[in-house]
Write a protein that binds this ligand. Structure first.
Ligand SMILES: Cc1cc2nc3c(=O)[nH]c(=O)nc-3n(C[C@H](O)[C@H](O)[C@H](O)COP(=O)(O)O)c2cc1C
Length: 173
């Protein structure tokens, strides 16, 4: 069974249908994240979730930069993605925590797509203010925020994606 066709359906939309997404509806996406591999099976990813009908949605949204708030405000739910970068074993830096968190989120995205939803991640938010608001312990870092929802938007076509990839690989070589 190949999941490539599902992977190809994923894209980051800028328009959402303002339909609230409950935690129950996307529980399997968090379950997909849970099954990701991690160094020493430390599972260093953490998530903060707020659906659009919850007061915390507006609060989380307020940490995104204005250009992102503009379209994120219509999404069905916001997830904050956190990496726990200090090891439980020895308290030292877990050098692969961010990498493993990315792996988990990759799996989550595939499951969200399979559920008929789309997600758009952002790095454009106030990391420091959000960390303070969430009272994050030492070593727990916000990696990204993710807007999830129902969209009628069409994905970019394959050609556009291909040319972006080619452009980047040309720059590297
Ligand atoms: C870590 C990360 C940070 C991102 N930050 C932003 C952002 O601040 N604003 C935005 O509009 N898109 C952001 N994106 C979305 C990317 O621009 C998008 O994934 C990329 O252009 C590829 O498009 P696609 O996801 O539709 O394939 C981010 C994506 C990732 C993975």
């Amino acid at each position: 069974m190949s999941v490539l066709s599902t992977i190809k359906k994923r894209f980051s939309p800028y328009t959402y249908e303002k339909t609230s997404i409950s935690l129950e509806e996307i529980e399997s996406a968090f379950e997909a994240a849970r099954w990701a591999p991690s160094g020493y099976n430390s599972q260093p990813w953490r998530f903060v979730f707020a659906s659009r009908d919850n007061l915390n949605f507006e609060t989380l949204l307020s940490f995104a930069v204005e250009a992102n708030r503009e379209w994120m405000q219509h999404s069905g739910a916001i997830v904050v993605i956190l990496a726990k970068t200090l090891s439980d074993y020895n308290g030292k830096k877990d050098e692969s925590a961010e990498y493993c968190t990315g792996l988990a989120v990759g799996q989550m995205l595939v499951e969200l797509t399979a559920l008929g939803l789309q997600a758009h991640q952002i790095g454009g938010f106030d990391h420091k203010a959000l960390s303070l608001h969430l009272k994050l312990p030492n070593g727990v870092l916000p990696m990204a925020m993710m807007a999830i929802g129902v969209t009628e938007e069409e994905p970019k076509d394959d050609r556009q994606r291909e040319s972006l990839t080619t452009l980047i690989s040309n720059e590297i070589s």
